[in-house]
Design a protein around this ligand. Structure first.
Ligand SMILES: [Zn+2]
Length: 348
């Protein structure tokens, strides 16, 4: 086996011109790790956040991002028994210690030493990636690995948000702002699967068609309806929504809170437009609203989410596929926000 691999290195924080394709040593694995020959890695907003950098993110450079990948096992550590060389696997990017109180309770995404593969540790935008064997699941032979790469991270994130955090019940009304991107693609499908009525909030006719095709019951265009919470109230007979699925942040926060019914829940796992949403504290206690945070998923939720994908219950929507060499271009395309579904990187 060659000693080096091609990798997309972030050489400095900033715009996408700081990404360079270079040869670097293949990572050395420990007894409990696997080495994966990466085949497909999806782009997420997190990759852009990591590249741009922030005062809170302290990582050594150069860095390899990519938190959403599938590939083939190239090598296994001495203690590894769950997968074998040649297996196709999907990776849960939550690195956890497996010994703190939260880990022992099965809440790995609340681990005291929580790290993200692709954010704090080198990820999947390279020919090979090293991950703990406990973070991978074998992809069954009858499943298209590309579909798993397309859906992996968004489905496990949306699954925890809707099922575990918001405790979605059949008949609930779920509002999904920013519908069009990868996370909402999974969220709409999971909400429908669990028996909810979905109101998608989006901006263009193209995205309206897309969310309808995924099963959204109602679509509100926020450009023609900037006060879209009023429309949600109209649709729900004046009551409001049971759950708002937030990932947009600052731009939608106020309307998201306003569209909830009494005792409603807002669950958030992202803030692509900014972190300073306006909250009416009076409305929170008077209407007894709940604001729930969520990040990634625990190992049980990861397995459940993957089985939804393996059994074809959630469909992948791929916008574009780029080769690794064009990662910078792909990230700029994601940043523009005109995509529908996921942008995939193929590694040869
Ligand atoms: Zn832990």
């Amino acid at each position: 086996m060659a000693e080096t691999m091609k990798a997309a290195l972030i050489e400095a924080h900033g715009d996408s011109s700081n990404i360079a394709i270079k040869e670097v040593p293949i990572p050395k694995i420990g007894d409990n790790d696997v080495l994966i020959k990466v085949k497909y890695c999806s782009l997420n907003r997190l990759d852009i956040f990591v590249r741009k950098g922030s005062p809170a993110l302290k990582i050594p450079l150069p860095h390899v991002s990519g938190s959403d990948f599938v590939g083939v096992i190239e090598k296994t550590g001495n203690n590894v028994i769950n997968v074998s060389v040649g297996d196709w696997v999907v990776v849960n990017a939550v690195w956890y210690c497996n010994r703190c109180e939260r880990c022992l309770q099965g809440e790995q995404s609340l681990c005291d030493e929580f790290k993200m593969i692709g954010e704090h540790l080198w990820g999947g935008f390279a020919q090979f990636a090293k991950v703990p064997a406990r973070n991978v699941i074998k992809i069954p032979d009858y499943v298209d690995p590309k579909a798993v790469a397309t859906l992996g991270l968004t489905t496990l994130t949306a699954w925890r948000m809707l099922k575990s955090k918001a405790k979605l019940k059949p008949g609930d009304v779920v509002v999904i702002p920013g519908a069009g991107g990868g996370l909402s693609t999974s969220a709409i499908q999971i909400s429908k699967l669990l028996g909810a009525t979905v109101i998608a909030i989006t901006s263009t006719e193209r995205k309206e068609k897309h969310v309808k095709s995924l099963g959204a019951d109602y679509v509100i265009n926020y450009k023609s309806n900037p006060e879209w919470a009023k429309e949600v109230k109209k649709i729900t007979g004046g009551k409001g929504a049971d759950i708002v699925f937030e990932s947009v942040g600052e731009a939608t926060w106020k309307q998201s809170l306003r569209s909830l019914k009494k005792g409603g829940k807002l669950v958030t796992a992202g803030a692509t437009t900014g972190f300073n949403g306006q909250t009416n504290i009076g409305a929170i206690f008077w209407f007894q609203l709940e604001i729930l945070g969520s990040t990634m998923a625990n190992m049980q939720e990861f397995r459940e989410a993957m089985s939804l994908i393996f059994t074809g219950k959630i469909k992948p929507i791929i916008d574009r596929i780029y080769p690794l060499e064009k990662l910078a271009e792909a990230e700029d395309y994601l940043d523009e926000g005109n995509h529908i579904g996921k942008i995939l990187i193929e590694i040869s």
